[in-house]
Design a protein around this ligand. Structure first.
Ligand SMILES: NC(=O)c1ccc[n+]([C@@H]2O[C@H](COP(=O)([O-])OP(=O)(O)OC[C@H]3O[C@@H](n4cnc5c(N)ncnc54)[C@H](O)[C@@H]3O)[C@@H](O)[C@H]2O)c1
Length: 376
């Protein structure tokens, strides 16, 4: 997998305690990487990071990326070969409540990380994770391409556009001789182990575990849902190719890539809840299927992923039904012993093994689909 590039390489993940960071940490550990993580907190309770017992398996630093000295120290001490930067205030609604924190973390945090990289020899590759929301949303029916205008309206989206501009400035101004670097933009991901507030799957999982009906806001909001492992496979493949300066038909360095599902994989929030329901006994959702949204959040945004297909031979693998099945099964495994699952003896080993099992099954499906990254 990933041409064996990660075996014994030092990999730093910022935001490793979050939803995507946890899956990326587990995947990298299974690939034989030496992993370090930098994050300000463990952002939810329960938390997949804790439930998998990852803290004891990696070099874990709890610090704030707004603190430039802290991230510089972490990079200089660990001397990573490859960095995945995903530390962020990652939600739209809190960004309206605290735009300052959102911009400082997402924009200035990116600057602090890249400045640390600039001062640290030996870094081979940086993959900077922003968002599909970095694009100016023109409410088009077709997918956004990497050359389309940046500029989200809400503070979260705008801060991700800022992070893109900062990263491109560092490409052009400081990283001509290396390290190799790219920015990556993905949309809404779902999967087991997310307990963030204001996200549909965690809201459903929490309610299901408590035996209460979930109240769904914005049931008609449409998103290009994909399983968390889909964009992570793209980030990992891009990181591997950048780090090894692989000869590819089209350039990867200093580029941006979209990672999303096929254009026809769009479902409403209501459809996600309806698809989860048969997997969870007793699950009930309360929603006004005609409801309109409250605070302004863009309703339609899809990505054109032709560039990832052409440059990386990457495409998403799982149909929507499989994405839902993987997701529901993870939470079912977690809540095996009921709502107090966190206290279960042996939970960490069991959930770490279960999570690696899902990663293995996903990689096998991708291998069967002929994806280059998944080749054994
Ligand atoms: N989850 C999605 O659907 C989605 C969609 C598009 C883009 N993204 C992006 O992917 C990345 C990961 O998202 P996620 O869903 O795992 O987010 P998350 O909220 O689950 O985790 C965020 C991580 O960032 C860390 N963090 C937050 N503020 C920090 C600070 N000031 N200093 C250091 N660390 C800080 C947290 O501790 C945590 O580890 C983010 O950059 C996010 O914007 C996520």
């Amino acid at each position: 997998m990933f041409a064996n590039v990660y075996k014994n390489r030092r990999v730093l993940i910022t935001g490793h305690t979050g939803f995507k960071g946890t899956w990326l940490t587990a995947w990298l550990l299974s690939l034989g990487a030496k992993v370090a993580g930098f994050a300000v907190d463990i952002p939810s309770t329960p938390s997949a990071f804790t439930s998998l017992g990852l803290q004891s398996k990696i070099n874990h630093t709890q610090a704030d990326i707004r603190d430039s000295a802290a991230i510089l120290r972490a990079v200089q001490e660990f001397k990573p070969h490859i960095i995945f930067h995903m530390a962020a205030q990652a939600l739209v609604r809190p960004s309206y409540e605290d735009p300052g924190y959102t911009f400082e973390t997402n924009a200035m945090g990116t600057l602090h990380l890249l400045e640390a990289v600039r001062q640290t020899p030996g870094v081979e590759a940086v993959v900077c994770i922003t968002s599909d929301k970095c694009y100016r949303n023109d409410e088009w029916v077709w997918g956004y391409r990497e050359r389309d205008h940046l500029g989200g309206e809400d503070p979260y989206s705008a801060s991700k556009a800022c992070a893109e501009i900062i990263a491109h400035s560092y490409f052009k101004s400081f990283f001509k001789q290396g390290p190799s670097m790219a920015t990556v933009r993905a949309g809404n991901v779902i999967g087991g182990g997310d307990w963030a507030v204001d996200r549909i799957v965690p809201d459903c999982a929490r309610a299901w575990a408590a035996g209460e009906p979930v109240v769904i806001r914005s049931p008609q909001a449409t998103r290009p849902w994909q399983h968390v492992l889909e964009p992570l496979s793209g980030y990992l493949w891009l990181g591997a190719l950048l780090a090894t300066k692989a000869e590819t038909p089209l350039p990867l360095n200093q580029e941006s890539f979209n990672f999303g599902p096929a254009a026809d994989v769009n479902a409403t929030v209501a459809q996600v809840a309806d698809a989860l329901a048969p997997h969870w006994a007793g699950f009930a959702a309360e929603m006004d299927r005609n409801a309109v949204q409250g605070k302004k959040e863009c309703t339609l945004l899809k990505l054109c992923c032709d560039k990832a297909l052409a440059h990386l031979h990457w495409h998403a693998t799982l149909p929507f039904t499989e994405t839902i099945r993987y997701t529901a099964e993870w939470y079912r495994a977690f809540y095996k012993e009921g709502p107090k699952a966190e206290a279960e003896q042996g939970l960490e080993e069991r959930m770490f093994a279960f999570t690696l099992g899902q990663i293995g099954a996903y990689a096998a499906a991708a291998n069967k689909a002929g994806l280059a990254w998944a080749k054994e």
